[in-house]
Design a protein around this ligand. Structure first.
Ligand code: IPD
Length: 272
């Protein structure tokens, strides 16, 4: 094992995400939304998802065959370099199906289990979010290609905070999530449901949201966006004292994070 070179890993992740984002954007059939009422649009989306993951995996393993990989569609490989890529080729699948713009390609690199690189490509916004551990978080727009440093929003009192969340695909989990959201709404300015966890986390990083929380995320939904949010100065975590994980993931400006986490604990947001 050698020490990782985060800049090399970042460049690879940026290029893989750019190519996959272009494939998904340019390859989406124009009538996909219409097809949703007819045959099997899910298959088309699944095909695009698989094609994007294959592109990313081929690109990354072509350059770094010794690395491990965990992908939403393809299971995992161990690798021998200490680096593992965590890949969501299409986060926000339902938005993609309906032609809504909030979907993303998410790629993170971990070194011995610690996230060191994160890239979230949001093709329909023409934005690429990226971070290296300890190096800050940035967004790159298509128009001029410059990196702009990201900073979380100054914290308002919780009752003026705009907080996003997501709802799981499993019915009984969604039902409890709705109960929690119902209790939270009067305590906040408002709630949003964007439809892509990776984009929600980047929106916290960019100061477009005061906070975000969700139960039931997978590592690939979370890995890149969590690092980007933290590198923008936001706090991330799960239940009190724990890191963000499948039970509960929270990201918010310091000052919003603490009371939000306390309410989510009180409302039992991590269980049915
Ligand atoms: C989903 C999105 C959504 C979140 C779900 C995720 P997918 O990922 O991130 O915002 O609410 O929990 O599963 O299925 O589109 O990759």
């Amino acid at each position: 094992m050698t020490d990782p070179n985060p800049t090399e890993l970042l460049d690879l992740a940026l290029e893989a995400a750019r190519r996959a984002g272009a494939l998904l954007r340019d390859g989406r059939p124009a009538d996909l939304g219409v097809a949703a009422t007819k045959s099997s649009p899910i298959d088309v989306v699944t095909e695009m998802d698989l094609a994007a993951e294959k592109l990313i995996v081929d690109f990354l393993t072509g350059h770094r065959p010794q690395d491990g990989l965990l992908g939403e569609e393809g299971g995992g490989t161990e690798g021998s370099s200490g680096i593992r890529w965590v890949v969501d080729p299409l986060d926000g699948t339902v938005n993609y199906l309906y032609g809504l713009p909030t979907w993303a390609v998410s790629i993170a690199a971990e070194h011995d289990g610690e996230r060191i690189v994160g890239v979230v490509e949001v093709p329909m916004r023409r934005e690429t979010y990226h971070a290296v551990l300890g190096g800050g978080a940035y967004v790159r727009g298509d128009a001029h290609g410059e990196d702009i440093a990201l900073r979380h929003r100054p914290a308002p009192p919780l009752d003026q905070a705009l907080v996003s969340t997501g709802f799981n695909y499993v019915g009984h989990v969604r039902a409890h999530q709705a109960d929690v959201a119902q209790k939270l709404i009067p305590r906040l300015r408002d709630i949003r449901r964007g439809g892509s966890a990776a984009v929600d986390l980047c929106d916290v990083a960019a100061g477009r949201l005061d906070g975000y929380y969700e139960r039931g995320l997978h590592p690939w939904d979370l890995a890149a966006g969590d690092l980007i949010a933290r590198e923008a100065g936001a706090l991330t975590g799960g239940r009190p004292g724990l890191p963000a994980d499948g039970d509960l993931a929270i990201a918010a400006s310091p000052g919003v994070f603490e009371p939000l986490q306390a309410l989510l604990e009180e409302y039992g947001a991590w269980h049915d």
